[in-house]
Design a protein around this ligand. Structure first.
Ligand code: ADP
Ligand code: MG
Length: 277
């Protein structure tokens, strides 16, 4: 069964203005057609990049996929649930249960440890209507398991400011996975990271995908998209290409090469250290 099925998705933004008093052409100019009928299906286990120039509709599509926004028309079926018909409570429930979000700026709570950040989605779960609160011990166990999965078992009690950017993004990925969502949705997840950390995070995504996680990332960087399995491209609100990535690169291999290369590229720094010691 498909995890995601979008059919003829359109999203129009109506701009402020007195539509009624305008000629048809002028009234049309007040409507932005951000998505013009997008059809798209993703199966479990896929790893997809969404690309396209600025203004092509990536964020609009991401908001719809993430159940943060509803399309003007068309249907979105997520894990067998037809979301377009759902009320706002169900919509919020789907968002909390079915989707793991990862953002460019990590969005971690600053005064809260890595562990507590990862527990948060499970904590909110207990506050939903008609739902049993999750047992404190179970919540902690699940968060610890998730942090171990991203290689941060030894950093659980660190605060975000005590972690590198790459480690903070790992915490965010652990948080996204803790509720065992139908898919992970990441918006420019490496946008704030340097080359080494970018490779580390893409390596982690590749590893999680090998373990069966379904992942969709929005990125404008072709260097990042080469680590995914499939690239869809938007232009002016339309899906203009959908291609399989052939000879996919391995991010951990590239990280090793990059490390060796950057060590070789810094002989000056190395010799200075010798002088100092
Ligand atoms: P991208 O993320 O690829 O840069 P967006 O999805 O943000 O593209 O935008 C697609 C189009 O929709 C653009 O023309 C943009 O100006 C327009 N748009 C996006 N959000 C809104 C909004 N809230 N109101 C009006 N127009 C919008
Ligand atoms: Mg955008």
């Amino acid at each position: 069964m498909a995890v995601i099925e979008l059919k003829k998705i359109k999203r129009e933004y109506r701009m402020e203005g007195k539509h009624d008093s305008l000629s048809k052409d002028d009234a049309d100019a007040l409507i932005v057609h951000a998505l013009r009928g997008v059809d798209f299906t993703a199966e479990a286990g896929e790893f997809i990049s969404v690309m396209g120039p600025s203004g092509s509709g990536k964020s609009t599509l991401m908001n719809i996929l993430g159940c943060l926004d509803k399309p003007t028309s068309g249907t979105y079926t997520l894990d067998g649930i037809e979301t377009s018909q759902s009320d706002s409570n169900t919509f919020a429930y789907i968002r909390n249960r079915k989707i793991g979000f990862v953002f460019q700026s990590f969005n971690l709570l600053a005064r809260t440890t890595a562990l507590e950040n990862v527990e948060l989605p499970l904590f909110y779960r207990g506050h939903e209507k008609n739902e049993k609160k999750m047992n404190t011990q179970l919540r902690k166990q699940r968060a610890i398991a998730s942090l171990k999965q991203v290689g941060l078992g030894k950093r659980m009690y660190h605060f975000p400011s005590q972690l590198s950017g790459g480690q903070q993004q790992r915490v965010a990925i652990a948080r996204a996975m803790v509720s065992d969502p139908a898919f992970i949705l990441a918006d420019e997840p490496t946008g704030n990271l340097d080359t080494g950390m970018t490779l580390e995070i893409m390596g982690l995504f590749q590893e999680l995908n090998r373990q069966g996680k379904t992942i969709i990332i929005v990125t404008h960087e072709p260097e990042v998209a080469v680590y995914t399995k499939r690239i869809i491209t938007l232009r002016d609100g339309e899906l203009v290409s959908d291609t399989k990535v052939n000879n996919r690169r391995d991010a951990m291999d590239d990280l090793e090469q990059w490390k060796n290369h950057s060590l070789l590229a810094e002989p000056a720094a190395a010799s200075q250290q010798e002088v100092a010691s």
